[in-house]
Design a protein around this ligand. Structure first.
Ligand code: HEM
Length: 425
């Protein structure tokens, strides 16, 4: 059976006119001759690495947030184990600290292209591959704070995400005490890093879920499996301090996440929302190009807004045809997701595509591992997703299947481990 588009938020499907906002066909005619330029810079930071180069593990914020997105990624969550002397209570602070110390040391070595543990046997899976721009990024889920005996230190912003209309979440593939994002330009380096962290966790934490994704390794904006250039309007967090303060937690930024003050372990950290979003590709791929473009508000060929220009031309949400119908449809994804209609809500979207073969019903198990970084999910992902779930033209072609929220401690200095300032406070 081929899945059709979904009825979302109790609404009936819109007619062709609603999907095809004004000017769609004209914009299409004008735009399809322009090939993708993809010259724009992706968010990076001072550790930006060429393909194959090394990205330093240590720094004021963790690598893998502002750094260039690599071609292969594994997202994984772990649950802390109960200590032998107190079953049912969680790993305790010492267990959690030991794990993060071991993980940080191994991650730092692997990002330099070295075997993960000095003097210990390694499987050799990544031998000879070099650093491959490997980054390893660690996050903490709500349960981490309870199981580590740090409930009082849990930031308010780490409250569970609300339920959104039409969510079809699988709890087994969401949540978790610890989050690990492993990404590299070499698939063997990425798998080796994940397997190493899993082996080092034995006895301290067990794998809860793993999701694997991919994208291009070249620079510029990458396409998702719906064919769209995805990431165009991302904030310039690497170069613009005001935008950076919306992605990384700062004392003066919008998202302290901890009431009045920002604790030292979080200063320079972030919050990451992970959503597994399956795409109803059999249906989407059968739509006329102008339908697909109107649903987003941008051209497929070059990612330019339907109001004209190139990929980097600002979208004119107020533009209307002579008959008064808006050029960017009322339910277009970029209208509903834009900071303008969401009290300035901003996030850095840095996800990967996935394709896991056919589902039992024959439809593709494929979509987007949506990964969004922000200084506070309450002023980032949450208001935007509330709005998208209610009326986004894309929403009927996607299913949110898994969800997780983690707080991401600041980066570790040389000789330190991630989370040390929290666990040893
Ligand atoms: C499979 C699901 C999704 C797909 C295929 C998708 C695709 C896109 C595309 C093609 C664009 C336009 C280019 C760009 O600026 O990146 C875009 C923009 C955007 N999307 Fe999504 N998106 C998805 C889910 C989400 C979700 C869940 C959120 C947040 C709750 C979100 C937030 C945004 C934002 C904030 C923008 C920029 C809007 C602007 O300021 O112009 N997207 N998305």
């Amino acid at each position: 059976m081929t899945a059709g588009p979904r009825e979302t938020g109790g609404r009936s499907r819109p007619g062709r006119r609603a999907v095809l906002g004004a000017g769609g066909l004209a914009a299409l005619a004008a735009g399809t001759a322009v090939l993708a330029t993809a010259g724009a810079r992706t968010p990076g930071d001072e550790r930006e690495a060429a393909v194959g180069g090394a990205v330093a593990f240590h720094g004021p914020h963790q690598a893998g947030i502002l750094t260039r997105r690599q071609s292969h990624a594994h997202l994984a969550a772990f649950d802390l184990a109960a200590p032998a002397d107190a079953p049912g209570t969680g790993a305790g602070r010492a267990g959690a600290a030991g794990l993060l110390r071991t993980w940080s040391a191994a991650a730092a070595r692997m990002t330099r292209g070295e075997p993960p543990v000095d003097g210990a046997d390694d499987t050799g899976v990544a031998l000879g591959a070099g650093p491959a721009a490997l980054t390893v990024t660690f996050g903490l889920g709500p349960g981490f704070f309870d199981r580590a005996g740090l409930t009082a230190a849990r930031p308010e912003a780490l409250a569970p995400l609300p339920a959104f209309p039409d969510d079809e979440l699988d709890p087994a593939r969401g949540g978790g005490d610890l989050f690990v994002q492993v990404a590299a330009d070499d698939p063997l380096v990425a798998v080796h890093a994940l397997r190493t962290l899993q082996r080092l966790a034995r006895g301290a934490a067990s794998t809860r879920w793993v999701m694997s994704g991919f994208t291009r390794s070249a620079g510029g904006t990458h396409r998702n499996l719906m064919g769209q250039l995805d990431g165009t309007a991302n904030p310039a967090a690497a170069t613009d301090p005001a935008q950076r303060a919306r992605i990384l937690v700062t004392g003066s930024g919008s998202g302290s996440g901890s009431g009045s003050g920002v604790p030292g372990w979080l200063e320079g950290g972030s919050y990451v929302v992970v959503r597994r979003i399956r795409m109803l590709l059999d249906h989407w791929e059968g739509l006329p190009a102008q339908h697909r473009e109107q649903a987003v508000g941008r051209r497929v060929a070059d990612g330019a807004p339907l109001t004209g220009g190139t990929e980097r031309t600002p979208v004119d949400l107020d533009a209307a045809r002579p008959d008064g119908v808006p050029v960017i449809a009322a339910n277009a994804h970029i209208r509903l997701a834009a900071p303008r209609g969401n009290a300035g809500a901003t996030m850095l979207r840095r996800g990967w595509s996935y394709y896991d073969g056919p589902r039992p019903d024959g439809t593709p198990d494929a979509g987007l591992l949506f990964v969004a970084w922000q200084a506070d999910p309450r002023t980032g992902f949450i208001p935007v997703q509330h709005r998208l779930a209610r009326g986004d033209a894309l929403a009927r072609y996607v299913v949110h299947e898994a969800s997780a929220l983690f707080v991401v401690p600041r980066g570790a200095a040389e000789g330190e481990y991630v989370g040390q300032a929290l666990l040893e406070a």
